[in-house]
Write a protein of this length. Structure first.
Length: 109
C-alpha cells in the first residue's frame, strides 16, 4: 500500500451514524476499537470520536489491521481524521477519512 493510500482510509457506517458524522469538525482525532464480538463485520474496527461511534474502518482495510490493533486493546490506538472534501464525497460517498500513516502497528500482508 502506498503512503498516499494510508492517509485516506475510508470510514463506513451508513445511515446509523450520519448525524454524528455530519456534526464532526473538519479535523479530529479518532480512537480505533476492535470489536471482536461484532456479528455483522468479522474484522470490525469501530471509529470513535469524542466518545461516540461514527462508523467503521472499511472492511477490506480492517482485515489487515484487525489483529495488529487488537494487540493494543489495553491502550486504544488513535489517529488523525478529517471530513472528506466535496469531490471525495461525490465520487465515493465517503464522508470521513482517516490517516493510518501514524499508527504504531503494521498491517498484515
Amino acid at each position: 500500500m502506498s503512503p498516499g493510500i494510508l492517509s485516506r482510509i475510508p470510514v463506513v457506517g451508513g445511515l446509523g451514524y450520519v448525524e454524528r458524522v455530519r456534526s464532526l469538525p473538519p479535523s479530529f482525532t479518532a480512537a480505533l476499537t476492535v470489536e471482536r464480538d461484532n456479528r455483522y463485520l468479522p474484522n470490525a474496527i469501530a471509529v470513535v470520536v469524542g466518545g461516540e461511534k461514527v462508523g467503521y474502518v472499511a472492511p477490506e482495510i480492517a482485515a489487515r489491521y484487525f489483529e495488529p490493533l487488537g494487540s493494543h486493546e489495553a491502550e486504544p490506538v488513535s489517529c488523525p481524521g478529517r471530513t472528506s472534501s466535496e469531490s471525495d464525497h461525490q465520487s465515493s460517498g465517503v464522508e470521513v477519512l482517516l490517516d493510518f500513516s501514524v499508527l504504531p502497528v503494521k498491517p498484515l500482508p
